[in-house]
Design a protein around this ligand. Structure first.
Ligand code: DAH
Length: 353
């Protein structure tokens, strides 16, 4: 029996040594240390041995069993390490490779510039007031001193919404400018305190719409930022000071401005403000049409009728207003020759901002 155990040990260890992969190892385990393996069957034959033989064989069988189990555990570890080494060699991962770039989103250039304007106005004490995109004819025109058939309507070809409305005032339009927000704001503030309406300093941003042929120079929609300041003793000097300061904050401390007399039905007097051409520095170029100046906004003292329409007594209150186009500023600043780029969604254009 002892002889047989030596034999078993020798053969098992020899076959184990030849093994290289996990499935062969498992087969070996079942055959050599499993429940019906030769060593284990020695234990079940103990009963047929003599009293003297029994302890010797038992001890030896145990030794062999333990030795085989130990050899198996070592082999198992070796096979695992070999498999790992193989996969490390074949599935090499180069941790020095640069990562794939993550494409970052960004704000549309028109939104960027709109926000910049609002940030600067906020520094100057202007609060944002948002008014509606769909307006009545009354708010978009009449309350701003533009009655039906007024020639100023021709400057702003209008999208009318077909609501079946025949009453001129109640016809619905897409606002052609942000100016109707002036009336909305004044009416809201004065309604809250009719005898003593509060002073106003607001910026009204948003999209406006014009029924135009889309060309390189005109679009059917664009943004405007309107400003409105109302209070006691507000003068044209306040208008000039505020807008000159705005331009310096927007275009740099050395930006020069000039005011030209103009006409808008809702302001009196009215003006347009020019800034010295930031492309040629005033020398004259294609962008400023050799004048050295770029027109960037319309402005004026709020017309007494408009104050009245807003619920502000024009005998007590005065105010100034202005309106500008964020996209127009970008066109000029970056020498963009075609306004259609703004809503064309061409990534090559948008990624430059
Ligand atoms: N609403 C005018 C337009 O769209 C711009 C404008 C001019 C606004 C003068 C004003 C202003 O508030 O005072 O052409």
């Amino acid at each position: 029996m002892l002889e047989k155990l030596n034999e078993i040990e020798k053969e098992s260890l020899a076959s184990l040594a030849a093994i290289e992969d996990e499935s062969a190892l498992e087969t070996w385990r079942v055959a050599n240390i499993g429940r019906s393996s030769p060593v284990m069957s020695v234990f079940s034959q103990m009963g047929s041995l003599s009293k003297e033989e029994r302890p010797l064989v038992g001890q030896r069988a145990n030794q062999v069993k333990v030795a085989l189990e130990k050899a198996f555990a070592e082999k198992q570890e070796a096979v695992k390490q070999a498999a790992l080494a193989r996969s490390l060699a074949t599935e090499k991962l180069d941790v020095t490779l640069p990562g794939r770039p993550v494409r970052r989103g960004r704000l549309h250039p028109a939104t960027q510039n709109l926000r910049r304007i609002l940030d600067i106005l906020a520094e100057m004490g202007f609060q944002v007031y948002t008014a509606r995109d769909v307006e009545s004819d009354e708010y978009n025109f009449q309350l701003l001193n533009i009655p039906p058939h007024h020639p100023a309507r021709e400057m702003q070809d209008t999208f009318y919404i077909d609501t079946g409305e025949t009453d001129e005032s109640r016809k619905q339009v897409l606002r052609t400018h942000t100016s109707p927000g002036q009336i909305r704001a004044m009416r809201e503030f004065s309604a809250a305190n009719p005898h003593n309406p509060p002073p106003i300093r607001i910026a009204l941003p948003g999209m406006v719409y014009r029924f135009e042929q889309i060309t390189a120079r005109s679009e059917v929609q664009f943004n405007q930022v309107e400003g409105l300041v109302v209070g006691e003793n507000i003068t044209f000097g306040d208008l000039k000071g505020t807008l000159s300061d705005f331009v310096r904050r927007m275009f740099g401390q050395n930006a020069k401005t000039r005011f030209r007399a103009s006409y808008f039905p809702f302001t009196e007097p009215s003006a347009e403000m020019d800034v010295e051409c930031f492309v040629c520095g005033g020398k004259g170029c294609g962008i400023c049409k050799n004048s050295g100046w770029l027109e960037i906004l319309g402005c004026g003292m709020v017309h007494p009728d408009v104050l009245q329409n807003g619920g502000y007594d024009p005998k007590r209150y005065t105010g100034f207003a202005f309106g500008m186009g964020p996209e127009r500023q970008l066109l000029l600043r970056h020498k963009i020759t075609d306004i259609r780029y703004f809503w064309g969604n061409d990534m090559r254009f948008l990624e430059q901002f």
